[in-house]
Design a protein around this ligand. Structure first.
Ligand code: NAD
Ligand code: TYD
Length: 356
C-alpha cells in the first residue's frame, strides 16, 4: 500500500479512516476524492496527523475521466471506497442521488480501476475495497440469528437497495474480471465527525439545545452499534490480510433498543452538562419511518477468527468519548447548525412528524 485513493474522505467514516491510516502507515500517501455534498466538509480534515501525505481532490466519483486520471497520475494501488449517500430518511424523500452516487458512482470506480490497472501492470498488488452496510440483509425478527456473510440480501429502503446493488457490482467485477475486490458490511457507526442527521449526534445536539429528542415509533428498534475507530481498524486489517473476492461482516455486538440508547445518552449528558438535566424529559415519540427495519445484528465470527479483529470500544465508553467530542468541538457543531441545508432537513423530516 503506497498510493491510496479514498473516496468520500471528507465524510464521517472516511475522515476517521484517513486519520487512522496516516498514523498506521507512515509511508502511504492518501488522495481523497470527495464531492463535498451536505455530508462532507473540509472541517473534518483539519489537524490531520501528517497533512503532507494527504491530497484533497474536490470531485465526483461519477466523473469517469477524473477517476481514471487520478488512478493513472498518482499510480494508485489501493482504492478504499466510502463515498455514498448514506442516510435512510433522505433516501425516502429523494432516492435519485442514492442511485446516482451509490450505484452509478461505484460502477464508475470499478470500471476505471479495471481499465487503468489492467492496462498498467495488471491487478497484482492492487486492491479495491468497497465499504458497505449490514442494511443490505434486511430486517431481523426478535429471535432470528444475526446476519452472516451467507445471509441472502433483502434490502428494504432505497438506501439499502442502492448499497446492495453496489455490493453486487463489486462482487461481479471480482468474478468476471478478477479485479481484487474486498467488501466489508458494517453495522451502525458512531463517533467524532458524524453528521447530526444520524441518531446519536442528532440526539446529543438536540439535547444540548433543549430541543425534543424525536424517537421514531415505539423506539424498540435495534441497531448493532460500533465505534467508528473499530470500523477503521477492521477495514485496515481487511486491506492487509483480506482475501480478494471475500466479504467480511463487521459489528459492535452492542444491541440496545433505540429508546434505551437515547436514555443512556441523556444520562451521560446529565453528568457532562448538568445545566440541562434531566435530559430525558425531552424524549418525544414521533410517527415512525416508513418501512422501518426493526432489528439488525451482525455475526462477526469470520473477521474475528480469520483476521483477529475485535472491537476495542464498549458502547458506554464509546458514547462517553463521542459526547465529550461534541461538547469540545463547538466550532464544528456551530458550522453545521448554521448550514441552511441542515435546517431545511430538520424542518422537512421532523415538522411533518409533529416536531421541530
Ligand atoms: P457520510 O454521509 O458521512 O459521508 C459521505 C461522503 O461521501 C461525504 O463526504 C460526501 O461529500 C461524499 N460523497 C457523496 N457523494 C459523492 C460523490 N458523488 N462523489 C464523491 N463524493 C461523494 O457517510 P458515512 O457515514 O461516512 O459512510 C461512509 C460509507 O460507509 C458509506 O458507503 C456508507 O454506506 C457506509 N456505512 C456507513 C455506516 C454508518 O453507520 N454511517 C455503517 C456502515 C456502512
Ligand atoms: P440512523 O442513525 O438514521 O441509522 P439507520 O437508519 O441507518 O440505522 O437511525 C438509527 C435508528 O434510530 C433507526 O432505527 C432510526 C432511529 N431514529 C430515530 O428514532 N429518530 C431519529 O431522529 C433518527 C434520525 C433515527
Amino acid at each position: 500500500m503506497r498510493n491510496v485513493l479514498v473516496t468520500g474522505g471528507a465524510g464521517f467514516i472516511g475522515a476517521n479512516f484517513i486519520r487512522y491510516l496516516l498514523t498506521a502507515e507512515p509511508q502511504v500517501h492518501i488522495f481523497n476524492l470527495d464531492a463535498l455534498t451536505y455530508a462532507g466538509s473540509l472541517e473534518n480534515l483539519k489537524d490531520l496527523p501528517d497533512p503532507s501525505r494527504h491530497t484533497f481532490i474536490h470531485g465526483d466519483i461519477c466523473d469517469s475521466a477524473l477517476v481514471a486520471g487520478l488512478l493513472r497520475q498518482h499510480k494508485i494501488d489501493t482504492l478504499v471506497h466510502f463515498a455514498a449517500e448514506s442516510h435512510v430518511d433522505r433516501s425516502i424523500y429523494g432516492p435519485a442521488p442514492f442511485i446516482q452516487t451509490n450505484v452509478v458512482g461505484t460502477f464508475t470506480l470499478l470500471e476505471a480501476a479495471r481499465q487503468e490497472w489492467s492496462g498498467s501492470g495488471g491487478f497484482d498488488g492492487r486492491r479495491f475495497h468497497h465499504v458497505s452496510t449490514d442494511e443490505v440483509f434486511g430486517s431481523l425478527g426478535p429471535e432470528d440469528p444475526p446476519f452472516t456473510e451467507m445471509t441472502p440480501y433483502e434490502p428494504r429502503s432505497p438506501y439499502s437497495a442502492s448499497k446492495a446493488a453496489s455490493d453486487h457490482l463489486a462482487r461481479a467485477y471480482f468474478h468476471t474480471y478478477g479485479l481484487p475486490v474486498t467488501i466489508t458490511n458494517c453495522s451502525n457507526n458512531y463517533g467524532p465527525y458524524q453528521f447530526p442527521e444520524k441518531l446519536i449526534p442528532l440526539m446529543i445536539l438536540n439535547a444540548l439545545q433543549g430541543k425534543p429528542l424525536p424517537v421514531y415509533g415505539d423506539g424498540r428498534q435495534i441497531r448493532d452499534w460500533l465505534y467508528v475507530e473499530d470500523h477503521c481498524e477492521a477495514i485496515y486489517l481487511v486491506l492487509q490480510q483480506g482475501i480478494p473476492g471475500e466479504t467480511y461482516n463487521v459489528g459492535g455486538g452492542n444491541q440496545p433498543y433505540n429508546i434505551d440508547l437515547v436514555r443512556e445518552i441523556c444520562a451521560i449528558l446529565d453528568e457532562f452538562h448538568p445545566q440541562g438535566a434531566p435530559h430525558n424529559r425531552l424524549i418525544t415519540h414521533v410517527p415512525d419511518r416508513p418501512g422501518h427495519d426493526r432489528r439488525y445484528a451482525m455475526d462477526t465470527t469470520k473477521i474475528r477468527t480469520q483476521l483477529g479483529w475485535a472491537p476495542r470500544h464498549q458502547l458506554e465508553s464509546g458514547l462517553r468519548a463521542t459526547i465529550a467530542w461534541y461538547l469540545s468541538h463547538e466550532g464544528w457543531v456551530q458550522a453545521i447548525l448554521e448550514q441552511n441545508d441542515y435546517q431545511t432537513w430538520l424542518e422537512r423530516n421532523y415538522r411533518q412528524r409533529g416536531e421541530k
